[in-house]
Design a protein around this ligand. Structure first.
Ligand SMILES: Cc1ncc(COP(=O)(O)O)c(C=O)c1O
Length: 510
């Protein structure tokens, strides 16, 4: 057996062995540097299985170090399975090399060589869509007019900190363990009471989720399959469609007008999908502030849609993502509050009343569905972060949650009014064609006098983020290319003014 040619190995250039180690300022023991260099040589294929290594004495001489240091490096590699020692013969690269989890093994001329994961050529066969998320957050926009963005800087962090500190000073040991998948009981109690008072919602089982998105995913997995369809408003929330599609379901766009989904169009689509053998099993709705147009679905349409759903045995997901922010009057009670058949699945979130990173949402469900949801949730993640649930429960119980809601609603109302004033000005210049003052929500739906897609692109080139009609359409071919969505909640009025000025200088005066 031929001994390994050391000059082929980079380990001889270990001049810095045992010296100060990089930014950390920590010394790397010399024997570890040697074992690392040998390991690298083996992984890269420079030293091949069964090849003999130089003796410890030879290597020590060449590396200008002590024989014991080299022996320590060899012993380390033996323990890890990279080399073996043969009595009276010396040290050899092991025949079966240990597989390092971050690397892939590739066969080069019959010899196992470790490849860096960056250069791996493994051919992954994906069974689900793995396109990037529709929710793209880039914090470095000059002006961010994203529609549903709360002003996170308004959040009372100091106040909330006192509740998190209580949580950790008196930890609830039982709750910090597995179990109680439906959620932390004190938070469930607070939400139940809040829904009763603020939304006339009673007799519901609450399941706490990692934001509404997890709820959408769980519901999709247990209620949908590739033989089913979901009816959605023609314009809507893409992350919801993606959850439905992840279960193989077909997403059917239902015509909407300036009042929201049109019930007769829904019934037509239901009949058609039955004929096509892909029956609609779910209707996904944003009735209070239609996403993205913010119009409120009138009571008569709610009743009509409910009657249709009951008649065809279809469940409704009511996504009430920003119920709290309603300015004109008391918001309409959710459809789930008048649900004799128990077919409405109510979803809400703390992403707008706190911040999306809190990842706390909830479902308010009929008893007949909640066990299945909870059982499925255990497969995904057992439960939602308990200290966060506990802190929110305390925050709600003390009344500080609703105090903050009142404050944020007042601020967002002022920002909406300011944006309305501004848009009226741009309307007189002919740059804005039309808009309706939203009764609530966090954004305005604005018709402009040129291509919305082009404007959004130009704005982005200028560091301004705005969303436009086509992005929200299930069927992109239906775009009139005239509407943009301008969020007003997340920005101070000075920035709203400056940002709008920048946007509308990109449109020529009419
Ligand atoms: C229509 C709609 N539903 C739900 C959510 C909230 O999702 P999550 O609770 O997963 O943050 C949003 C957030 O933008 C939304 O726009």
């Amino acid at each position: 057996m031929k001994a390994l040619n050391l000059s082929a190995l980079s380990i001889l250039s270990l001049e810095n062995m045992g010296k100060e180690g990089g930014k950390s300022g920590k010394r790397t023991a010399k024997y570890l540097s040697i074992s690392q260099a040998l390991r690298d040589a083996i992984k890269s294929g420079k030293a091949k299985p069964l090849e003999q290594l130089p003796s410890a004495r030879q290597l020590a001489l060449q590396l200008n170090t002590n024989r014991h240091t080299v022996m320590a490096a060899f012993n380390e590699l033996i323990a890890q399975g990279w080399i073996v020692s043969q009595e009276r013969k010396g040290y050899f690269v092991a025949e079966d090399l240990p597989v390092n989890s971050s690397q892939q093994v590739k066969s080069v001329a019959g010899i196992g060589v470790f490849q860096d994961s960056k250069s791996s050529s493994f051919n992954w066969q994906f069974t689900k869509s793995v396109e990037p998320s529709a929710v793209q957050v880039k914090p470095n926009y000059r002006f961010n007019f994203a529609g549903g963005m709360p002003d996170i800087a308004l959040f009372p962090f100091n106040e909330f900190k006192s509740y998190t500190s209580e949580v950790f000073s008196r930890p609830n040991i039982n709750e910090l363990n597995y179990g109680n998948t439906a959620g932390y009981l004190p938070l469930i109690e607070q939400i139940t009471e809040y829904l009763r008072r603020a939304r006339s919602l009673i007799n519901r089982e609450i399941v706490i989720t990692n934001g509404s998105q997890e709820a959408l995913y769980i519901l999709s997995q247990i209620l949908l399959c590739s033989e089913t369809s979901v009816a959605t408003e023609a314009m809507g929330y893409e992350p919801a469609w993606k959850a439905f599609k992840s279960a193989g379901a077909n997403v059917v766009s239902i015509k909407q007008d300036n009042k929201g989904m049109i019930p007769s169009a829904l019934e037509e689509a239901i009949k058609l999908q039955i004929k096509r053998n892909k029956p609609i099993k779910l209707i996904y709705l944003t009735p209070l502030h239609q996403y993205p147009t913010t119009v409120t679905l009138p009571v008569s349409r709610r009743h009509a849609i409910y009657r249709i759903a009951s008649a065809y045995n279809i469940a409704i997901i009511e996504d009430d993502y920003d119920h709290e922010y309603h300015y004109k009057c008391q918001p309409l009670a959710p459809m789930a509050s008048d649900d004799p058949n128990g077919l409405v699945i109510y979803l809400s979130t703390f992403s707008k009343v706190m911040f999306p990173g809190a990842r706390i949402g909830f479902m308010a469900l009929d008893k007949t569905l909640s066990d299945a949801v909870v059982n499925y949730k255990t497969i995904i993640n057992h439960k939602v972060n308990v200290p966060m649930q506990d802190a929110i429960a305390r925050w709600m119980k003390a009344g500080d949650f609703e105090r903050y809601l009142r404050k944020a609603t007042k601020v967002y109302n002022q920002r909406r009014d300011f944006m309305v004033q501004q848009l009226m000005h741009y309307q007189t210049l002919g740059k804005v064609t039309s808009f309706t003052v939203p009764d609530g929500g966090m954004a305005m739906w604005v018709e402009i006098s040129q291509s919305a897609e082009q404007l959004a692109k130009k704005a982005l080139d200028n560091g301004i983020f705005i969303q436009q009609e086509t992005q929200f359409l299930v069927d992109k071919t239906q775009s009139q290319d005239r509407f943009i969505r301008l969020g007003f909640a997340g920005m101070h009025i000075e920035n709203i003014e400056l940002g709008l000025k920048c946007i509308f200088t990109l449109i020529k005066e009419q």
